[in-house]
Design a protein around this ligand. Structure first.
Ligand SMILES: C[S@@+](CC[C@H](N)C(=O)[O-])C[C@H]1O[C@@H](n2cnc3c(N)ncnc32)[C@H](O)[C@@H]1O
Length: 264
């Protein structure tokens, strides 16, 4: 799947994956991306911390899914540019035979996937599909060539739905994928929440520069898990989802909420 042709990369048009890469300290971004990223962090400096803390949630969630939950198959939609601790690296470090299908619609992600989203174990499978999540049936159809849809699959939508202004449309995308996976599968996601004035100002700045990102309420994030059984601790800030270290003192505020739900 990674031999799909790479569409033109447009450095002059800001892209979500590259803006995110800049906040994560990566080098795969252009001036147009950095202009927006800097404008957001000028009014909402916590965005950089949010980028790192949400990646740490991804790592903990995938470790839980591959370990305690016994999941062997992952469908990671809205992958982002490869960074440290990508889904396949975490999953295959726990379960060497884990199969991972990545999905994104950014041409630069596709270009990097060929080199960087590759197996870390001989038994594992790591594939990439260049697709738009607005067409979930097409994603499922292509993923069926790699994953066994009679066995549980963890579906990941990590920080991807701000690009979908309509809440119900995002919910429909999620349910159309979750409907296609069997009982015992999981949904894991996080997204930005309108839980402080600063994050709202940051989103406004991003929108004014032509790259809007819709924030949700915590209840809206919870609503995306309808039909699944949330595992402990439920929908919480990304820093509070099964933190690895013993937290001492007050938990810091973060405008990003997450959860992991099991399809009954
Ligand atoms: C904020 S980044 C998050 C990346 C990664 N999931 C993470 O947690 O670090 C959002 C990602 O969603 C992808 N994305 C945005 N719209 C998409 C669409 N319509 N179809 C597929 N991917 C999309 C972007 O290209 C980008 O890589």
């Amino acid at each position: 799947m990674t031999d799909q042709p790479v569409p033109d990369i447009r450095p002059d048009v800001p892209h979500g994956a590259r803006i995110w890469n800049y906040w994560l300290g990566g080098k795969d971004n252009y001036a147009a991306d950095r202009e927006i990223a800097d404008a957001v962090s000028a009014v909402f400096p916590e965005i950089v911390d949010m980028a790192f803390k949400s990646r740490q949630f991804l790592t903990r969630a995938v470790r839980f899914l591959a370990g305690e939950a016994g999941i062997r198959q992952f469908l990671d939609i809205g992958t982002g540019l490869p960074t440290m601790q990508n889904t396949h690296e975490v999953a295959q470090s726990v379960t060497p035979e884990a199969k991972i299908v990545y999905v994104d619609n950014d041409p630069l992600v596709l270009a990097h996937a060929r080199a960087l989203l590759v197996n870390t174990t001989p038994e594992g499978v790591t594939e990439y599909i260049n697709a738009d999540y607005h067409q979930p049936e097409r994603i499922v159809e292509q993923a069926r060539e790699i994953l066994d849809f009679s066995q549980p699959i963890a579906v990941l939508f990590m920080g991807v739905f701000g690009y979908v202004p309509d809440y119900d449309e995002a919910r429909s995308i999620i349910s159309r994928v979750v409907d296609a996976v069997p009982s015992g599968s999981y949904l894991a996601l996080w997204d930005g929440t309108s839980t402080s004035e600063a994050v709202v100002r940051g989103a406004q700045a991003q929108g004014e520069l032509g790259s809007p990102y819709a924030l949700r309420t915590v209840d809206e994030i919870r609503g995306w898990f309808a039909g699944t059984e949330l595992v402990e601790p439920g929908v919480v800030p990304v820093t509070l989802w099964r933190p690895a270290d013993v937290e001492v003192g007050q938990a810091e505020h973060i405008d990003a909420y997450c959860g992991v739900g099991r399809k009954p």
